[in-house]
Write a protein that binds this ligand. Structure first.
Ligand code: GLU
Length: 395
């Protein structure tokens, strides 16, 4: 009966990150010794001080609908966080709390885009950007980059991609999947181009901001003349090991926040009330409280770079943030390994899954067909074993 479904859902691609995670889970249940490096999900527990705040909220009977855009005191905490970490001045009426940063982005594209509008996606980009833009009946235009430029786009590339139909551009730093972090001066150079096109809005996805190994984060909205047209997206999933709690938020011009509020008033009525109370505890805490996770991620990154660099044909950059390695594996295209001819990154990822029991995600899903994404949000023991198996299959 799937032909009875809407064109909208029939043309929507499955989320490759979630699909690969589901596949790994399924194979594990069948008894296979799978190491899943597919999902971008911290393998830590949510810190106790956050869990305690949630337990308190239950005992204090937080069980009713919250305001659609989030509790007023949570929106205050978010404003303080934006000031403290990003030097951004927002007031609570510019904040909308949603069911994960994914919903924040979904709201935004739904309220801002008309059919036929064009959205620029510097590649590589997170899998759901392109799908959500398509859902909003707009068209996404990729701006390619490669490992040679550390997966960054240039102002000239940006300028060349702009057309009269361009309405929105996505920035994501630190980037999923490449781990690339744009510096302040690089962002300012890109903003110089956008200055000339006042009808283009900017979505700055900063969900990985705390998982950063050195290059200071810079928020696009902190550029004076970009503030009024930038929507800053963030959330607690990655920094606080709270992926399942599903809390994301935006800071935006008030008219955009109001529209997102209206949109989610018809879709979810607002985010989960207990998770919102827990988020206040997370955001009010000093960032130093989560440093132990960042330190561990950095150790794993160094470990992975070291181990992968010993395998012929796996070309890596050094990711400066997030918890992914995004190697270029095009060296293997056209080669036959264990009876399987590798035509592209999807074949390569399947080879790793079938012959090494290692789940990764193909770069195609991120607009980078020469690469695969390896999440190192896994124990060092598993990472060492995973690379050992990959090396054996490729040897
Ligand atoms: N953002 C994470 C990832 O890229 C979680 C899965 C998803 O929502 O895509 O793996």
């Amino acid at each position: 009966m799937s032909n009875q479904l809407s064109d909208r859902i029939n043309s929507l691609p499955v989320s490759q990150t979630l699909a690969m995670a589901a596949k790994a889970r399924e194979l594990k249940e069948q008894g296979k010794d799978i190491i899943s490096l597919s999902l971008g999900e911290p393998d830590f527990n949510t810190p106790d001080f956050i869990k305690d705040a949630a337990i308190d909220a239950i005992n204090e009977n937080y069980n009713s609908y919250s305001p659609v855009n989030g509790y007023a005191d949570l929106r205050e905490s978010i404003c303080c966080k934006f000031k403290r970490d990003n030097n951004l001045n927002y007031t609570p009426n510019q904040i909308v709390v949603s069911t994960g940063a994914k919903q924040s982005i979904a709201n935004l594209v739904m309220v801002l885009l008309n059919p036929g509008d064009e959205v620029l996606l510097p590649a590589p980009y997170w899998v759901s950007y392109s799908a959500l833009v398509t859902l909003a009946e707009a068209k996404y235009i990729e701006i390619p980059s490669s490992i040679e430029t550390n997966f960054k786009i240039t102002p000239a590339q940006l300028e060349a991609a702009i057309t009269p139909k361009t309405k929105l551009i996505f920035f994501n730093s630190p980037n999923n999947p490449s781990g690339t972090v744009y510096t302040e001066s690089e962002f300012r150079a890109l903003a110089k181009v956008l200055e000339k096109y006042p009808n283009i809005y900017i979505l700055s996805d900063e969900i990985y901001e705390h998982i950063n190994y050195g290059t200071p984060n810079f928020s696009f909205a902190a550029i004076e003349n970009m503030y009024d047209r930038t929507i800053t997206v963030n959330g607690v999933a990655k920094a606080f090991a709270m992926t399942g709690w599903r809390i994301g938020y935006i800071g935006a011009p008030e008219w955009i926040a109001k529209a997102c509020n209206k949109m989610q008033g018809q879709i979810t009525s607002g985010a989960n009330c207990i998770a919102q109370r827990a988020t206040i505890a997370a955001l009010d805490a000093p960032v130093s409280k989560i440093q132990y996770m960042v330190d561990e991620f950095q150790t794993r990154r160094d470990l992975m770079i070291d181990l992968l660099s010993k395998i012929e044909g796996i070309k890596t950059n050094v990711p400066e943030g997030a918890f992914y390695i995004f190697p270029d594996v095009s060296f293997y295209f056209g080669k036959t390994i264990q009876g399987k001819t590798i035509e592209n990154a999807s074949d390569f990822a399947m080879l790793l899954l079938e012959k090494a029991n290692i789940a990764t995600v193909t770069g195609d899903a991120f607009g980078a067909p020469d690469c695969i994404r390896i999440s190192y949000a896994a124990s060092q023991e598993n990472l060492i074993e995973a690379v050992k198996r990959i090396a054996k299959v490729l040897a």
